[in-house]
Design a protein around this ligand. Sequence first.
Ligand code: SAM
Length: 242
Amino acid sequence: MGYLHQTIGINARIARNRTAWQPHLEQSRDFVLNAAANCPQRRKAVLMGAAVLHDLPVERLANMFDEVVLVDLFHLWPARWLTFAKANITLQVCDLTASLDLLGQGTRKTGTPSAFLDDADVDFVVSANIASQLPLIPMDWLARQFSVDEQTRHDLGQELVASHFRYLQKFTGTTCLISDSERLVLDETGAEISRTTALFDIVPPPATTSWTWDIAPLGETEPNRAISHIVIGAILGQNSTG
Ligand SMILES: C[S@@+](CC[C@H](N)C(=O)[O-])C[C@H]1O[C@@H](n2cnc3c(N)ncnc32)[C@H](O)[C@@H]1O
């Protein structure tokens, strides 16, 4: 569908906008570390959206937990190297929507994600900047390959985001959600031109904290426009204390 291309694109954007992205990446890592520090048990940590690892303090988590599992549709070399450097880091390839087979064939159906829910050793889960991303490539695929109309795509996008939040709520350990929630377009003076949902109008779980991610500074997409995202950090899970 184009996932590898997108992820390589993220790496290129980070390289171009390193200074602008740095506060967001640091806030993401700090939020995860604080949540991990409050985790009452530290057996297995599951990190979702771990292809490139810019926003995840993986090595520090590997020092805190018995096992750290990096979950994504694929893993780039930085993640693969880590498994050589630290014996307790493993990789798992997984479609976290449980829907890509269905949507890839052009059906308008979604599945119910359940990976790791039956693993009693999971004490810590992180959804790292993936919730808003889950619908994007499948919706684009449905438009291009199957001419699926905009309303149907929006409805499916909503279902994928809502389903991800329901999935996270089912974990009993400390569960940490980092997600962009709103997209702001700004003019060259920093004045807001528009503000739209990044989550297909699905209301995320209550935020513990939030920050602004200057995802596209002036000139990245248009000469006189900048794009910022509002990012939320939320702690879910029955045993959470963070
Ligand atoms: C914006 S990136 C997340 C940022 C990343 N945590 C970092 O370090 O920069 C979105 C990630 O979600 C992954 N992803 C998208 N859809 C997925 C799915 N259905 N299942 C698992 N991972 C998915 C992509 O492969 C990509 O690595």
